[in-house]
Design a protein around this ligand. Sequence first.
Ligand code: SAH
Length: 243
Amino acid sequence: MPRFFIQARPADGRLLICGEDAHHIVRVLRMKAGDEVTLCDCAGTDYDCVIEEAQTDRVCCRVRSESASAGEPDIEATLYMALPKADKLELIIQKSVELGVSRIVPFVSARCVSRPEEKGLRKKQERWQRIAAEAAKQCGRGRIPEVAGAAPFREAVAQAARAGTALFFYECEREASLRSVISGGALSTVSLMVGPEGGFSLEEVGQAQEGGLKSVSLGRRILRCETAPLAALAAVMYESGNL
Ligand code: SAH
């Protein structure tokens, strides 16, 4: 059943779709009165609806039932991702949303090669947010994960440390395995911090640990900066029963 995000709540048991989505429903999907559609309020609730009136600029739907969005994980995972080169972050955003990430916070660390200037960052962030919305719609999420603006490393550490489980993925970590850190415990809010192609500096490792993050290994192989966050997120989602 086609799925659309809406920003409204039902009024008199009805929901209205306007703009591009209305045009898409009528002109592309060629849907009409009597057809069924799922509308999601971006806050974790799905409304199964039947179309009552379909015009290219507005589609009126009657709500038949509502339920918690099945596509939402029951943990809140935030990915803190060092700005990688080129457009790798776009792939990381798309795949992290499919895997259930709740929020993505890009940050600038010492070895980030990509340091776009302020102006460029705003346009990039709008594009990153669009990618997150498209991925959320495609995979059936109940919320659209936020992609925050690029933060300085210390600010990212401070935010990441607020989570119940704050993981700092360090490529030279040899003691703590991800499994030993996340298995057995009830995960609720999880931060995952991943470095750029050049890895983390020793100073950053110290700052992260002093800030309360737990240095964790993803095994003896060195994963690329676009592989590591996805592997880590998949493991956290698996361990918490969300995959
Ligand atoms: N340039 C570094 C690798 C950086 S990989 C080197 O060649 O040693 C980019 C990021 O992915 C790292 O900063 C880390 O956050 C994560 N990562 C990659 N492999 C990892 C591993 N085996 N254990 C923990 N984190 C890893």
